[in-house]
Design a binder for this molecule. Structure first.
Ligand code: ADP
Length: 188
């Protein structure tokens, strides 16, 4: 199973994808995690990405695409993986599709977690991660609206999109996600 997870900042993507990879027993491919690790390791990519992350801006497509293409060629991704936080732009989505098509391993399902904006802002304000200062939060919302939201239509038109209500407790949200995923597994 190859699943793409999409959600605005604060949608609980991180929490839910951690549960989902455990449920599906596939690797978790989080570009946010990979970029944060690269930053911690002070690699060139990490230091470059840090400036974008702190400003709440998307890291350039070429950088994340390279990271992802390298990661999905590792043997543990042969049976599938969960893409968390990637793709985030149409260009990323198209590049990923081309890559996966070349390898005969297309995306099976796209899950979009839907949460009203006032709930998102309240969650982010309470969380306080480094890149969670208010101006960066605002910027990340803007970037989500303008760059990432168009992906919903893109995947909808391919018949891959399932929207899941992301309000309620983490358990409630996960139950909804599991229902969608298990249904896709049954139909595969
Ligand atoms: P969240 O889901 O909370 O917004 P992530 O951990 O997915 O955060 O990503 C944190 C930051 O890393 C993003 O705000 C962005 O700057 C950068 N980033 C992560 N994934 C991508 C991507 N696919 N394209 C561009 N930038 C990315």
């Amino acid at each position: 199973m190859r699943i793409v997870f999409i959600g605005p900042p604060g949608a609980g993507k991180g929490t839910q994808s951690a549960r989902l990879v455990e449920h599906l027993e596939v690797p978790h491919l989080s570009t946010g995690d990979i970029l944060r690790q690269a930053r911690e390791d002070k690699t060139d990519v990490g230091l470059m990405a840090a400036e974008f992350i702190d400003a709440g801006r998307l890291v350039p497509d070429s950088v994340v695409v390279e990271i992802v293409e390298e990661r999905i060629q590792q043997p543990d991704c042969a049976q599938g993986c969960l893409f968390d936080g990637f793709p985030r732009t149409l260009a990323q989505a198209e590049t990923l599709d081309t890559h996966l098509a070349d390898h005969g391993t297309p995306i099976d399902l796209v899950i979009a977690v839907d949460v009203p904006e006032d709930v998102l802002i309240a969650r982010l304000a309470a969380r306080g991660r480094d890149d969670d200062i208010l101006s960066a939060i605002q910027k990340r919302f803007e970037q989500y609206q303008s760059m990432t939201k168009p992906l919903l239509e893109y995947y909808q038109s391919k018949g891959l999109l399932q929207v899941v209500d992301g309000t309620g407790t983490p358990d409630e949200v996960f139950d909804r996600i599991k229902a969608v995923v298990d249904n896709a597994v049954d139909n595969a």
